[in-house]
Write a protein that binds this ligand. Sequence first.
Ligand SMILES: [Ca+2]
Ligand SMILES: [Ca+2]
Ligand SMILES: [Ca+2]
Ligand SMILES: [Ca+2]
Length: 253
Amino acid sequence: MVRAAMARHRHLLALTILAACGPTDRGGPMFTSSASAGDESGEEGEASGESESSESSESGDGDGDGDGDGDGDGDGDGTTGGDACAFDIEGVWINEFHYDNDGSDVGEFIELAGVAGVNVGSCYEVELYNGANGASYGTITFSGAIPEELAGRGAISANATMEIQNGNPDGMALVHKPSGQVVEFLSYGGSFTAMGGPASGQSSTDIGVTESGSGPSDVSVQRNGSGSRGSDFGWTGPSTASPGSINTGQSIN
Ligand SMILES: [Ca+2]
Ligand SMILES: [Ca+2]
Ligand SMILES: [Ca+2]
Ligand SMILES: [Ca+2]
């Protein structure tokens, strides 16, 4: 009886052990599950780590975008400008023009000079102004880029497509087309204030020399002297014209 009872007890013990193993086995999956929960929180940790790193990489991207934008603007302006349209005050200037000779005016032109490669066809134009009333009366446009002639500078000319008025005074404004800014507003035979147009409200700068209307047609008023910017050069003439070329005696450095 005792053995039978002990045997039953062992059997119950074995069942108990088996029963105890069950939860242990189930505990495995529970551990696994809790381990996976740990992984999840780990992943969350990683995720927050990633989001931190992605924030830093975003801020890196942000900086990159910023730099990119900055570079883009810089490059954009530089590229467009380098090739054409960067606004560079005194990088382009009115260098010479002919507007009056004996009798009917012949061969009227305006010459620009400046940094070689600047596409004055796309980026600049000259607005003509009537000094009698300050109104603009026409636009002279150019074609192509400034050629290199001397020290990274050159000259380019456009024939007048309407008569340039003979003063006195009358004038012209060099306009940077993309910005609408007036680079310089010059006049001959006196000074006046523009009424309307790109130079509206501005007072002209008298170049101090004129064509008399009794001279030959192959002369002009022109900038001369030494330098590399518009304001470096004074005005002289009338003397022999050189449309499309650096002026005689003009020293560019
Ligand atoms: Ca004229
Ligand atoms: Ca004339
Ligand atoms: Ca006039
Ligand atoms: Ca010239």
